[in-house]
Design a protein around this ligand. Structure first.
Ligand code: ACO
Length: 386
């Protein structure tokens, strides 16, 4: 029997992937060969998704066709709208509504997900594109109902990021906000075998379907140790901006044994490179905004927190992770904090899908071992004698 146990699977390599590479010691992230800063500052989200699915950038014609294809897959079946309307009426949190919406996404014109799975690679990729296209519609439709407003129909003349903003507000999207969101979506589109991606790969390793994989991945992303951090980060930053004294705030949290949201990472031992990309994008956005002094607080808070965490945890370097500047950037873009994690899913669903297709192409059922530490040699007693 193998005696070594790896809780959290730390240091265990479970797959070969061509999708993204993380160097945690040096703070580097490469997506399909591109350093994340290059990809995120240049790519539209559609280009990033094409790159993940095809391992190359699209030509101009291919990009136009890919954009049009995604735009044609955005509509929601009435049944899903009904679920989202009910979820909003019950004040169900956004990630739970998204989980329900994705789970029902194969009610629509793509037909049965398992059939697509059996039919081969082309149909699987079409279903992957459907899931990428439909997640923003699910989130925006839920949010419109939550606001007591009518859902806004997707517009096929708008790109993925612009259309998402349009469906949330009903307004013509602002160029700076679209660029900020576009940068965010490409920055977080893939990140190795993180918890939600591993969840998705595990689901398809059983030869299950892509809708089931995406549904399970949403459940994994929701937790505060993974994608659930940016909402609390924004609340913390807004509190500090209002009350002042970031050093006192940080000291109080650490003294109480609480974790500072937006800091620390399982893989990075230095600043998360995505934090730098998002910081620059947020800086550009806030330079044009009336809320510029908030961004100064954000930066001051980061400096204070990193210093305090170094004192607090000298043996384990804790630095800024992606969620810290996600909060500032998405707030600047105009995304409500209740939708931060769901907006993460709007991007990451493409990474999940690409990993699922990769897993499927060279599959091995994911089935680790466990060591039994429970009771032994018990004798059964009938219920009336216990
Ligand atoms: N604030 C204060 N202390 C921390 C923090 C933090 N943000 N993160 C880790 N620590 C401390 C832990 O308390 C622990 O100390 P101990 O050994 O004295 O108990 C030590 O650092 C190691 O922590 P682990 O939990 O072993 O580190 P792990 O690799 O499992 O955690 C994680 C990584 C979950 C991201 C953690 O740093 C954390 O909880 N951060 C805050 C939440 C957050 O920002 N989540 C978003 C992550 S990014 C993403 O998933 C997209």
């Amino acid at each position: 029997m193998n005696e070594s146990i790896h809780p959290g699977l730390e240091g265990i390599t479970v797959a070969e992937t061509r999708l993204s590479h993380i160097d945690g010691e040096n703070g580097e992230l490469v997506v399909c060969g591109f350093p994340i800063a290059d990809l995120a500052t240049n790519a539209t989200y559609e280009e990033s998704v094409f790159l993940l699915l095809h391992d190359r950038l699209p030509t101009a014609d291919e990009l136009a066709a890919f954009r049009a294809d995604l735009a044609s897959r955005r509509d929601l079946p009435d049944e899903v709208c009904a679920v989202l309307r009910r979820a909003a009426a019950e004040e169900t949190p956004a990630m739970d509504a998204l989980r329900m919406g994705i789970a029902a996404a194969n009610l629509g014109p793509e037909g049965d997900a398992s059939a697509a799975n059996a039919a081969g690679a082309d149909d699987s990729e079409a279903l992957a594109r459907r899931l990428v296209a439909v997640v923003p519609t699910i989130v925006a439709t839920y949010w419109r109902y939550r606001q007591g407003a009518t859902p806004v129909e997707p517009r096929d003349d708008l790109g993925h990021a612009a259309n998402y903003l349009h469906m949330l507000t009903g307004d013509e999207p602002d160029d700076a906000a679209v660029r900020g969101l576009e940068t965010y979506l490409s920055t977080v589109v893939d990140h190795g075998v993180n918890a939600s991606t591993f969840t998705a790969r595990t689901v398809v390793s059983t030869e299950s379907d892509l809708v089931s994989a995406a549904t399970a991945a949403v459940g994994s992303l929701k937790g505060p140790l993974h994608g659930g951090a940016p909402g609390p980060v924004l609340e913390m930053l807004r509190d500090v901006h209002e009350l002042g004294d970031p050093a006192g705030y940080v000291k109080g949290k650490l003294a109480a044994g609480e974790r500072l949201m937006g800091f620390g990472h399982r893989v990075y031992r230095v600043r998360d490179p995505r934090a730098s990309v998002l910081e620059s994008a947020a800086e550009r956005l806030y330079a044009e905004s009336a809320d510029g002094d908030f961004f100064e607080t954000v930066r001051e808070f980061e400096a204070v927190a990193v210093e305090a965490l170094a004192d607090h945890s000298p043996d384990r370097r804790l630095d800024t992770n992606v969620e810290f500047y996600t909060a500032a950037l998405l707030d600047g873009v105009g995304i409500p904090k209740e939708l931060f994690t769901a907006t993460f899913a709007v991007s990451r669903v493409a990474g999940w899908m690409a990993h699922c297709l990769e897993q499927r192409a060279d599959n091995r059922l994911v089935r680790p071992d466990s060591r039994y530490v429970g009771a032994t040699d018990r004798e059964w007693t009938p219920a009336d004698e216990r």
